[in-house]
Each structure stands twice: as structure tokens, then as C-alpha cells.
Design a protein around this ligand. Structure first.
Ligand SMILES: Cc1cc2nc3c(=O)[nH]c(=O)nc-3n(C[C@H](O)[C@H](O)[C@H](O)COP(=O)(O)O)c2cc1C
Length: 448
């Protein structure tokens, strides 16, 4: 058994429709049109807050999936959803995805500053560069910009956003009714940015937000993605299948963060985890099997073929993947997930049908099927062995899978002293153990 690591782990829940398993919506208990039902998201956020989670998270991609026959495909705009969730929760952090390729820094910095004000300091931004031609064609482009260029734009985007979030000093607003002075213009600092991708003159039209700036989250695991995360991310979502891979990723990120001159303790690494919790191992397995039986392999094959850049005819359900697959360097969209899927299939010599079943619960994220005790054991093992600082929980079915995790797994983690019994702070940064950033335009008086 490994030695106990000091500290406590962090839990985010990835809210995704009625669950991450691709068949979740077909279960008798599931509402197949919950994707536009704010009460559904509200219920999930309230359950997660009862479980003292650090945060909830919403993914996003500015396009309609090509396969709406296969699963629920409506997606409400995530920052709009977060404002609704902010009004029905008090403590839990609220993270939304937004693309640096298909937004402008001014609009987006304003939107996240607004969510941070509305939630009293609970906003987080999952920074993505969005892959694929379909999204590009919604924004006047023929194809997605190349991977490297998307990350170069993302770096400049974040730099501008940081300037905008600092463009008001904390004490700019004086609101002196007697003198008739509302704000101090000397404490406004225009972004004055001229770069390769953006020209932004002004200061933001929203005062500095409670957290100073939202929590910055990143989820790309390719070379460019890791380099970007090392510079900017405060939490990293990642998909890792085995303890050894996760430890390698953790070690690599820690080294990169230190090399970038930052404290690695200030970056929380959160691999995805799809729990299927039963009262016994066999009950959990029956639940997982029931979900897998609802997968339509022909549909799933189309999706797999597109991820692997193959024609569907090249995949045979009862054979292994073909030998002549592209290299990661040839993939322009989701490089790291491509490699994860190919490695998984090769390592375990899976047929296409078996691979589809393995991807069904969480699209390549690690699935744990078992009792609350065995799932807590595995989480602790990864935490103690520096494969994770916590987890991005992706219940196969929601709300039931989240509820059972909160009611059965969380108390075990609390009894072992590795998860909070209650919130200690009130902002998202405080939940993740991060300080409020100084304003770059204000001299640090302690050093004068
Ligand atoms: C948990 C998780 C959530 C993600 N959410 C989104 C998302 O909402 N939108 C998106 O475009 N990409 C999302 N991604 C994909 C990554 O941001 C990234 O684009 C992808 O891993 C490809 O980047 P890479 O080529 O650097 O690995 C997510 C990835 C992970 C692991």
C-alpha cells in the first residue's frame, strides 16, 4: 500500500445532459429532453453542493453535432446557465467552457467578470481552442485554423483578457454621494493591446471582479496544450486510463509548471472519472451492462471512424483496429484523445465492438464500476500516488449517478480525511486553495 499523501482532494462534476454514458438518455428513468431544462441543471448543482464539491463544469462547442439521431444534442450557452445556477447555490464553483478561436477577448472577459460578480466570486473559465471544420464554418472560415495557430491565438487571447480583468483597480469605485464622485479615473488602466490576432484599446466596462479574475482551467493534453496549461492553467482536466499514464502526465505537468516559474502546488490536476456505483460489485456491473446493451454499435462506429480519421468501412466490429492508422502529428483536432483511444485498443487488443463499449461511458475517460468503497479506494490510490490532485467526476447517469456518489462515496472520502466536510472558503479560488491574484497595474507596496 502506498504512503498517505498530505492534504485533501478536489472534486469537480462535469454536468452533461442526463449523464456521460452515451445511452444514459435511453434509460426509463431519464428525461430525454433535459438538455434545455434549467431545473435539471439546477437539481444537479444543488446535489453537488450538498456533496461539498469544489465546482460544477459545463462543456461547449459552437456547432451542432452531426449525429443528432444518436443522442440528445441541444446545448444551452454555458455562461447563461451558470448565471442561473449562481442564483440557486451559495458556495459551489461554476466553470464554463468558452472558445478562444470563436470569441473575442473583450466580450468574453466581460462575460466571465459578470458571472464572477453575479456569483460573488465563483466563476471559472475552461479555455478551449475548439477543433473541427464544422465550428469554423459557423464563423466565416472554411476550416479550423491549424492546431499550433489556435494555441498561439489562445495565448494572446488570455493575455488580453488578463489585462482587461486588471483594468479596474480594486478601489476604483468610491461612490461618494456627498462629493458627487462615483469613480476614480486614475485607477482605470486601458488594455492598450496591439498584437498579432487582436487590437483592444479600452478598459473593461465591468469593475474588477470578486476573485480578481476567474479561475483558469485548461483541458488540452497535446504538446501545445500542455505548454499552454503550464503558463496559464490553475486547474487541468485530463483523460487518463491507467495509473502509470496519469503519473507520467502529472509529473510532466508539474515539471512544466515549475519551468514556467510557477508553483506546481497552485495547479490542480483532475483526471476524468466515470463512476458506476452499486451496493455490490455485481449490482454495479449489472448497471454498467444495462447501459452498454443500449449502445447502437453502428452509430458509435461512425463516431469512432471520424475520431480516427478513417472511413467507417475500414472498421469491422469484430476485428481490431486496422494497422495503418494516422500518426498523432497528422491529427489537427483532438490530438491527445486520438492517442489515448489508439493506445487503449492496442494495449488491450480490443475489437472495435469492445472499444466502442469501453468508450461508451465517458468517451475515453476512466470508468470505475464497483461499490462506493472500491471506488473511494481507487480515488485515494491515485491521489496518494500523485496521479491526481482530485477528479473531474463524470457520472454515467444523472442525476441518479451523482446523487449516489454524493451519498455513498463522499462520506467515505470524508471519513478518511481526504475530502472536506464543509466549505472553508466562499470563492472558487479558495476551494482550490488559490490566492486572489494581485492587479498587475498596482505596485506591490510590500516590496517597495
Ligand atoms: C474533461 C475535458 C473537457 C473538455 N471540454 C471541452 C469543451 O467543452 N469544448 C472543447 O472544444 N474541447 C473540450 N475538451 C477538449 C480539450 O480542450 C482539447 O481541445 C482537446 O483535448 C484537444 O486538445 P489537444 O489536441 O491539445 O489535446 C475537453 C477535454 C477534456 C479532457
Amino acid at each position: 500500500m502506498s504512503t498517505r499523501r498530505a492534504g485533501t482532494l478536489h472534486l469537480n462534476v462535469f454536468l452533461h445532459n442526463v449523464g456521460h454514458h452515451e445511452s444514459a438518455w435511453r434509460l426509463p428513468e431519464s428525461n430525454p429532453i433535459a438538455d434545455t431544462d434549467i431545473d435539471h441543471y439546477r437539481d444537479l448543482a444543488v446535489i453537488a453542493e450538498r456533496g461539498k464539491f469544489d465546482s460544477v463544469f459545463l462543456a461547449d462547442n459552437p456547432k451542432l453535432t452531426t449525429d443528432i439521431r444518436r443522442r440528445p444534442s441541444g446545448t444551452l450557452e454555458p455562461t447563461v446557465v451558470l448565471t442561473a445556477l449562481a442564483c440557486v447555490t451559495r458556495r459551489i464553483g461554476l466553470i464554463a467552457t468558452a472558445s478562444t478561436t470563436y470569441n473575442d477577448p473583450y466580450n468574453l472577459a466581460r462575460r466571465f467578470a459578470s458571472v464572477d460578480h453575479i456569483s460573488s466570486g465563483r466563476a471559472g473559465w475552461n479555455i478551449v481552442t475548439s477543433s473541427g471544420a464544422a465550428a469554423a464554418r459557423n464563423f466565416g472560415l472554411d476550416d479550423s485554423p491549424p492546431h499550433h495557430e489556435r494555441y498561439a491565438r489562445a495565448a494572446e487571447f488570455v493575455e488580453v483578457a488578463l489585462r482587461l480583468w486588471d483594468s479596474w483597480e480594486d478601489d476604483t469605485v468610491v461612490a461618494d454621494k456627498r462629493r458627487g464622485v462615483w469613480g476614480d479615473g486614475a485607477k482605470i488602466h486601458p488594455a492598450a493591446h496591439v498584437g498579432k490576432f487582436f487590437r483592444v484599446e479600452g478598459a473593461l466596462n465591468v469593475p474588477r471582479c470578486p476573485q480578481g479574475r476567474p479561475l483558469l482551467v485548461q483541458a488540452g493534453s497535446s504538446e501545445d496544450g500542455r505548454a499552454f496549461a503550464a503558463q496559464h492553467a490553475e486547474a487541468v482536466f485530463t483523460a487518463q486510463q491507467t495509473l502509470e499514464e496519469a503519473q507520467r502526465f502529472y509529473g510532466d505537468m508539474t515539471t512544466r509548471v515549475a519551468r514556467a516559474g510557477r508553483d506546481p502546488g497552485m495547479v490542480k490536476i483532475l483526471p476524468g472519472l466515470v463512476p458506476v456505483v452499486g451496493s455490490t460489485e455485481s449490482e454495479a456491473q449489472e448497471m454498467a451492462d444495462a447501459l452498454d446493451r443500449l449502445i447502437l454499435p453502428e452509430y458509435a462506429k461512425l463516431q469512432l471512424a471520424s475520431r480516427l480519421r478513417l472511413s467507417p468501412d475500414e472498421l469491422h466490429l469484430d476485428r481490431e483496429l486496422p494497422a495503418n492508422l494516422p500518426q498523432e502529428s497528422e491529427i489537427e483536432d483532438v490530438k491527445s484523445r486520438f492517442t489515448l483511444i489508439v493506445d487503449l485498443a492496442r494495449r488491450e487488443r480490443l475489437t472495435v465492438r469492445q472499444l466502442i463499449e469501453r468508450l461508451g461511458p465517458g468517451r475515453g475517460h476512466r470508468t470505475l464500476v464497483g461499490t462506493a468503497e472500491s471506488i473511494a479506494d481507487s480515488m485515494q490510490h491515485w491521489f496518494d500516488n500523485r496521479a491526481a490532485d482530485g477528479f473531474n467526476l463524470m457520472p454515467a447517469v444523472m442525476p441518479s449517478g451523482l446523487e449516489v456518489f454524493v451519498d455513498r462515496v463522499v462520506p467515505i472520502l470524508q471519513d478518511r480525511g481526504i475530502f472536506r466536510r464543509d466549505y472553508e472558503g466562499s470563492t472558487l479560488r479558495e476551494h482550490y486553495g488559490l490566492s486572489r491574484p494581485a492587479n498587475r497595474f498596482v505596485p506591490d507596496r510590500s516590496r517597495l
